[in-house]
Design a protein around this ligand. Sequence first.
Ligand code: NAG
Ligand code: NAG
Length: 470
Amino acid sequence: MAKASMSFWVMIQRKRWPLMVLLFLSVSTIGVILVRSSFESCKFSGQFVEEKNVYSISSSAKFRSNPLDFMKSKLVLLVSHELSLSGGPLLLMELAFLLRGVGAQVVWITNQKPLEEDEVIYSLEHKMLDRGVQVISAKGQEAIDTAIKADLIVLNTAVAGKWLDAVLKDNVVKVLPKILWWIHEMRGHYFKPDLVKHLPFVAGAMIDSYATAEYWKNRTQARLGIKMPKTYVVHLGNSKELMEVAEDSVAKRVLREHVRESLGVRNEDLLLGIINSVSRGKGQDLFLRAFHESLEIIKEKKLLVPAMHAVVVGSDMSRQTKFETELRNFVKEKKLDNYVHFVNKTLTVAPYIAAIDVLVQNSQARGECFGRITIEAMAFKLPVLGTAAGGTMEIVVHGRTGLLHSAGKEGVTPLAKNLVELAMQVELRQTMGKNGYERVKEMFLEHHMSHRIASVLREVLQHAKARALR
Ligand SMILES: *[C@@H]1O[C@H](CO)[C@@H](O)[C@H](O)[C@H]1NC(C)=O
Ligand SMILES: *[C@@H]1O[C@H](CO)[C@@H](O)[C@H](O)[C@H]1NC(C)=O
């Protein structure tokens, strides 16, 4: 592996491929592996604002100006519950950079920081400082003053709610009308009064999928007897950097060859990929069962298909030891060692997306909140086999851009059958991949996300102004 990477770097350097270097880290590129499973997926119904059609702006007008231009010289305070390479903070950083791009004054606060020096925090903070984002302490007078002065405050994740009372104290009521609460989680333990009691009184909630919004509406009412504020569903978009790689056939081929070589997978083999941090919620165990079952079907029916391999990207033996051991034992027991490959957690997922032929999104229970890897794989023209749950259902069109199966054990056989179906039909894979790419171009690009966010911010500013006048 080390040898392969080395020659890869030499090759990049010889060819002076700036694009390839880009792959190796730019926070906005992030083909995010949602590194922590704290962002289990997102789900909800009814009162949230249907803003699907707001952006049916004609495509020629769409590019003329930046939709966020009106944020120029506005003061925006971003409150992150933590600073790490997980999905939530990285998304907020992307928003910080979009706002800086139009000349907004952006101040960043990280509510929970470890006491000891942390390399990741250090490098992310410097990335922000380099781009003109001010980073200030979560506590103290400066934080309070900034909150009072700000035109807009974005609280990121439910957990960030802790910051309000702890720091602002008596000033909380004053700032609520200018808070936009961006929520990315959908698990039960977030529905606690100490986290979300102010939620009904903020200007709005922004949530990554209809499914998650639905879930929040239901649970806040059922568990806490509180009502969601005006809720906006804003699907995420792929960064420009990721799209550049996805649309560069030379880069894609180089990455594909490199990764396949390092895994011992031939060009003509069929490589299935599951790219999520390894944990039970993401369903790698059930995927491996389905993979095994598909091989049995192929053997039994003597089907003519390419050799099939599976790569599990997102392994972390130090964190999920028991679950990982279970996965590896299964592979050993079924004698799949030569066909199942484990790759450690990484932020650099583009090479793996380039290397695989099919993405499997097997998140369990309520599914993904949104599932950014899904739109990233579609950008690379890959068909997606996903669980019929959560955000995946808003991205994958069953039969057109991929195939859906149910979550849970009952989904294993359907997934195995879908794997066989795609293995047998190269044309189906290509057609679905192409359809997926077109869907991304229509709905899931950075400029789509900017447009959606812009209209939400506009409404929140209006709301704040109206309250201030009263
Ligand atoms: C709300 O939650 C309850 C209990 O989990 C469920 O039975 C019901 O179908 C949910 N309603 C909606 C609209 O999702
Ligand atoms: C993957 O992570 C484990 C520890 O969790 C480490 O021992 C191993 O060397 C890593 N593998 C690679 C290829 O970096």
